[in-house]
Design a binder for this molecule. Sequence first.
Ligand SMILES: [Ca+2]
Ligand SMILES: [Ca+2]
Length: 106
Amino acid sequence: MKYACLLVFATSAVTGHAQDSGPSQLEAPVRLEADGKPIDIGALSKIAHAGPWVADVDCDGDRDLLVGDFPGYFWFFENTGTEASPKYASRGKLKAGKAAAKTPVY
Ligand SMILES: [Ca+2]
Ligand SMILES: [Ca+2]
């Protein structure tokens, strides 16, 4: 059930981005933290490649941070703050049942 929620938000986010035809403006970069420390996927997974995404993974109404790593795992950072002012807590690898969720990589 939680995975269905994630897919719905991911789809709507992609659709909204594709329809935006206005000028692009980027905010200054911000180093994201979890548990009061900078998030370092290279330290967690031992390979420093990261694919971040925000979506309401736990279906509580705010967007969490999900980061894919090079080996194919997904690191879950629960938003314990608010939608306007997120704070992240590291929850480890995203689970599929009792096992870590993993996508095949080459
Ligand atoms: Ca959430
Ligand atoms: Ca939350």
